[in-house]
Each structure stands twice: as C-alpha cells, then as structure tokens.
Design a protein around this ligand. Structure first.
Ligand code: TPP
Length: 371
C-alpha cells in the first residue's frame, strides 16, 4: 500500500533540474536525472521552430518600436522568451484551445493570427482583434490568472463533448500567487480536464523578483499538491520545450488530466514600454541571459548538422523584415473604430448597467454630431 502511494507521488514530481536537450552553445546534452525520457525533436521541427522564432522576434522588436512612435498604446515584449512562445504554440493542433496573457503576442502570431489583429487590443481599438471561436484562441487576458479558470472549464467542456482538444494556458511566475491559479489547478485535477498550464518563469512580476513570490524550490512543485503531473524545462532551449510539450500533450490526450510546465526563461526587455527595468535589475544580469539566446542555440545545432546555411538564414531574415515593414505600414494608417463596438461581446445577454452605459455613450455621440 505504502509503495503504491509513494509511486503515485513520485509520478507527479518534476525533474530535480530543468530538462535541457541543447546547451547554450547548441551542443546536445546527455540525458540523465530527468524523471521521464525526453526525445530530441527531428531536424525538420527544429528548422521550423528556428524560422518561427526569427519571425517572432522581428515582430516583437517592431511592436516595441511602434510604441515609441505613438502608434501602439502599450506593448509587453517577449524578446528572449521565443522558445516558450513559439515552441508551446507549434506543438498544439488548430483544434486545441489557447488562453494567452497580455505577453503572448508572439504566440498569437505563431498561431497564424494576423499581427495587426493581435495588436488591436494593445492599440486600444477593441477588447480582442480576432475571432476567439474561429481561431480557438481566447482574448489576451490582462487580469492575472483568470484565463486559467477559463482554460480549465473549456478543457473540461471539450472532454464532456468527447473531443480530444487540449487547452494550453499561459501564465507568468508572479501570477502563480493569484487565487485563480490555485482554483484552476484544483478544478482541472479533480475533473481530469485536459489542460496544460504553461508557466513562463521570466523571473520578475514587473519589479517583484521570484524570491518574493514563493518559497517553493520550483514553481513546478506546485503541481504535486493538487495531484497534477509537472515538469520544469529550460525555457531558452527550443528542443527541450518541444520535447516536454510532446509529453504533456500525450498525457492530456490520453485522458490522464492536466499537466503543469514551468519554463525557466528571462524577460530581456522591461515589463512593458512604460516600465524602467534598470530600477530593479542589473545590466550584468541581462547580459548573462543574452548568452542563453534560444535562436542562436538552435541555429548553431542546425548549422553543425548541415540543416541550415547562410543563404537560408539571410532569406528568412529578409522574410521577417518584410513582415515587419508590412505591419509598420498598416499600423501607420489611422484605424476607424466605432466607439459603440466597445459594448459588443461583453456579455451574451447584456446587463441593465451595460445597456445604461451604452445609452449614455450613444447620447453623447449624438450630441457631439449635432454640435
Ligand atoms: C489580478 C491582477 N492584479 C494585478 C495586476 C497588475 N499586474 C499586471 S502585470 C503584473 C505582473 C505579472 O507578472 P508575471 O505573472 O510574472 O507575468 P509577466 O508579466 O512577467 O509575464 C501585475 C502585478 C493585474 N493585471 N491583475
């Protein structure tokens, strides 16, 4: 009896160190000490993740530049977190659901959503610039952790319908201190909802470091208390992110319930363009993380195998450049926004308060038009 209980507990535990398949120089790492076997993805997938990361980073840099030109109200960069954003997104099917936070713009671009639709919320034009149902992608979520409860519910709903869709929910390290994180994990575990909770531990919640969020040895350890299988991974190693996602997806699709992933990564830029990161972290810390660049890491591996050459690199950067220039052109055109659309898609059946507000705004617009 004792042994069975111990085995069940052991099965929940994450590896003592983050899973890594490629070191920062792009050399393959011998697997030892991980609690499960993780297979090296094939070269085709690594070429694909490399390409998407190059495009994603260029998009990210462009979006940051648009805030400086006053064309975008706010932008939370994910530069440096490409392996997490692209790797997790690439691993799921179009019929799986995604629940992003405000930081997941690069993941949404990887999902195939038009970048201008991705930036619509951050420009202040709409609650969500794309169709969440058609894209199987919820609106980017600003209140911390509420999207996890939605993801657990959606995953449970899909299970009840007999579908094999999984919900992928992103969350930051700071947001694991929110009550909704714990409620979502508990619900998902008890109802065996097929949801992957993907924590991007980028070390800071605005200015608050991880040491002020938790005494747990790793955020992945939070899974065991809820009976959720968990793993921690080097979030700057694209190969390891893909391998761990494969295991998590297989776990969810085979009816074994939720999975928690903690990806150790780093936010290279400030929290948003409105934040001054030099006030709470040193330049040396940032420089050290530049040496763990996810794009350079997989590029080195691909080149050493003859899977990538300078011509392909140049052509891919040219393609990324043209995507950025197209985005710039379209963002430089003033949008036409109907103020009344603010009240659309808030509730399926609008509340009396919402109707009252709608009436007030409509009256103001009419008075303005007559003035
Ligand atoms: C419920 C709630 N409380 C506070 C905030 C303000 N806030 C916005 S972002 C943020 C930090 C979040 O950090 P983390 O979860 O680590 O994610 P990151 O931004 O680093 O990706 C806070 C406190 C909020 N948006 N929602």
């Amino acid at each position: 009896m004792q042994t069975t209980a111990n085995a069940a507990q052991q099965a929940l535990l994450p590896s003592p160190n983050p899973v890594q398949l490629l070191d920062p120089t792009g050399a393959e790492v011998e697997q030892h000490g991980t609690v499960r076997d993780y297979a090296m993805p094939d070269a085709g997938r690594l070429r694909q993740i490399w390409r998407q990361m190059v495009i994603g980073r260029r998009f990210d840099i462009q979006a940051t530049a648009l805030t400086k030109q006053g064309r975008l109200a706010v932008y939370p960069s994910s530069r440096g977190q490409e392996a997490c954003q692209v790797g997790a997104t690439m691993s799921i099917h179009p019929t799986d659901w995604m629940f992003p936070t405000y930081r997941e713009s690069m993941a949404l671009v990887t999902r195939g959503i038009d970048p201008i639709e991705v930036l619509s919320l951050l420009r202040g034009d709409s609650h969500c610039g794309y169709d969440p149902i058609a894209t199987h992608t919820a609106a980017q979520c600003t209140p911390l952790s509420t999207q996890l409860v939605h993801a657990a519910g959606a995953a449970y709903g899909e299970k009840r319908r007999g579908r094999d869709s999984v919900a992928l929910a992103f969350i930051g390290d700071g947001a694991t201190s929110e009550g909704d994180f714990h409620e979502a994990l508990n619900f998902a575990a008890v109802f065996e909802a097929p949801v992957i909770f993907f924590v991007q531990n980028n070390k800071y919640a605005i200015s608050v470091p991880l040491s002020k969020q938790t005494k747990a040895p790793a955020l992945a350890y939070k899974g065991i208390g809820y009976g959720i299988r968990a793993e921690q991974v080097d979030g700057n190693d694209p190969a390891a992110v893909l391998a761990v996602m494969d295991v998590a997806l297989e776990h969810c699709r085979s009816g074994k319930g939720p999975f928690l992933i903690e990806a150790h990564t780093y936010r290279l830029d400030a929290h948003t363009n409105a934040d001054d990161a030099t006030r709470y972290r040193s330049a040396d810390e940032v420089t050290a993380w530049l040496d763990r660049d996810p794009i350079a890491r997989v590029e080195a591996w691909l080149k050493s195998r003859g899977e990538l050459n300078d011509d392909i690199v140049a052509a891919t950067h040219a393609e990324a450049e043209s995507l950025a220039s197209d985005l710039r052109d379209r963002m430089n055109t003033d949008p036409t926004v109907d103020p009344m659309s603010l009240f659309d898609n808030v509730f399926a059946t609008p509340t009396p308060q919402l109707e009252q507000l709608r009436g007030m705004v409509q009256a103001e617009l009419s008075a303005e038009a007559q003035a």
